[in-house]
Design a protein. Structure first.
Ligand code: TTP
Ligand code: MG
Length: 358
């Protein structure tokens, strides 16, 4: 029986700041760039969320929504060091751990239940108790709260960790997985970004339940992603946890509902993908030295082209400009595209001088 857990820290950067500065506790704390330099919110405490403040919102907007908020600049290095301590605790409970971002990791608990003969749902429930133990240890040793989801696969475990945040343990029973997925937005499925979600919404598919009930073959709408999407909507996900070291690249890609060479469509997609990548980079507290563009044509021929930059970059605009440059220089849009992707690699710690922009 496969038993997978997903841990996600609660309001990570903000909780860290609240732990470090006791006066901040119980108050709306907003971590992000400065309003004057058009900075955005990295995250905010749950107290600030009551005012409507959210990640990725311009700090200026956050200031309007929550004028009494405590505004703090992010400290990437400190968060990464904290993340390493949390991971150490996790590794003592399971040797199979895959960290996916600065505040998030999957871990495998199957070994605890190898010879367990109880029904699957009972086993998952017991795994929930192990997760509770880990959560208590993190609270005691790091004074930070987290949420952990437990289920039969990675996708469900991640969805579970988000179901009852903050400070929650959520188990998705195997017998109820399809039902629990039903009301959730299609965006909860990995690989469904804003573009795919919109393409689905146009055909009336808004929730995962809508995918479950769809009579038509979704490949009309999302191409080869269709069958995968159907599986995910039913709660099926065969991915294995990858035992990795540091993350080596970050990317985002989208398959078009119809092959396209239209410049405005490609440009706006590129902007969206660049924003996506920049956001992940920001979350990882990293900059990048390489920008990669991936294209796939109607006949499935796939090309990737990259450039190495002299100075590390981390902003969406910079990634977008580099990607446009690659597309033009390599004449990649000689035919309509089925898929367009943008990525960054050669990740490096942020340049302290660049941090002064905040
Ligand atoms: P999340 O886990 O998405 O958010 P969170 O931990 O702050 O809050 P939640 O309780 O909802 O999990 O992201 C983890 C950290 O990554 C977050 O603390 C700050 C950073 N981050 C950004 O810098 N920009 C972003 O847009 C997001 C979403 C997160
Ligand atoms: Mg989190």
């Amino acid at each position: 029986m496969r038993v997978i857990a997903h841990l996600d820290m609660d309001a990570f950067f903000a909780s860290y700041e609240q732990r470090e500065t006791p006066e901040y506790r119980g108050k709306p704390v907003i971590v992000g760039g400065s309003a004057e330099s058009r900075g955005v919110v990295s995250t905010c405490s749950y107290e600030a969320r009551k005012f409507g403040v959210r990640s990725a919102m311009p700090t200026k907007t956050a200031l309007k929504l929550c004028p009494e908020g405590i505004f703090v600049r992010p400290r990437g290095e400190a968060y990464r060091a904290e993340s390493a301590e949390i991971l150490k605790i996790l590794r003592e409970s399971s040797p199979i751990v895959e960290q996916v971002s600065v505040d998030e990791a999957y871990f495998d608990l199957s070994a605890y239940f190898e010879n367990d003969r109880r029904p699957y749902d009972r086993v998952l429930e017991s795994a929930g108790e192990i997760a509770r133990g880990i959560q208590s240890r993190i609270a005691a040793e790091r004074q930070l709260t987290c949420s952990i989801g437990v289920a039969s696969n990675m996708m469900l475990a991640k969805i579970a960790s988000d179901l009852r945040k903050p400070n929650a343990i959520a188990v998705i029973p195997e017998s109820q997985k399809a039902q629990i997925l039903r009301p959730l937005s299609t965006r909860a499925l990995s690989g469904v970004g804003p573009v795919t979600a919109e393409a689905l919404a146009v055909t009336g598919i808004v929730t995962i339940g809508d995918i479950q009930d769809a009579q038509t073959d979704l490949s009309e709408v999302v191409g080869s992603f269709g069958p995968v999407l159907r599986d995910m909507a039913m709660g099926i996900d065969e991915r294995e946890i990858e035992l990795d070291g540091e993350r080596k690249s970050i990317s985002s890609e989208t398959t078009f509902p119809r092959d396209t060479a239209q410049r405005d469509v490609l440009r706006s997609t590129l902007r969206e993908l660049s924003r996506d990548v920049a956001q992940t980079l920001d979350r990882e507290a990293c900059n990048a030295l390489t920008v990669v563009v991936k294209v796939r044509y109607g006949n499935f021929k796939t090309l990737t082209r990259q450039i190495r930059l002299a100075d590390p970059l981390d902003g969406a605009d910079e990634i977008y400009r580099a990607a446009c440059f690659i597309l033009a220089k390599e004449k990649l849009v000689s035919r309509p595209l089925r898929l367009l992707g943008v990525g960054v690699a050669t990740l490096v710690p942020p340049n302290p001088q660049l941090r002064l922009r905040f």
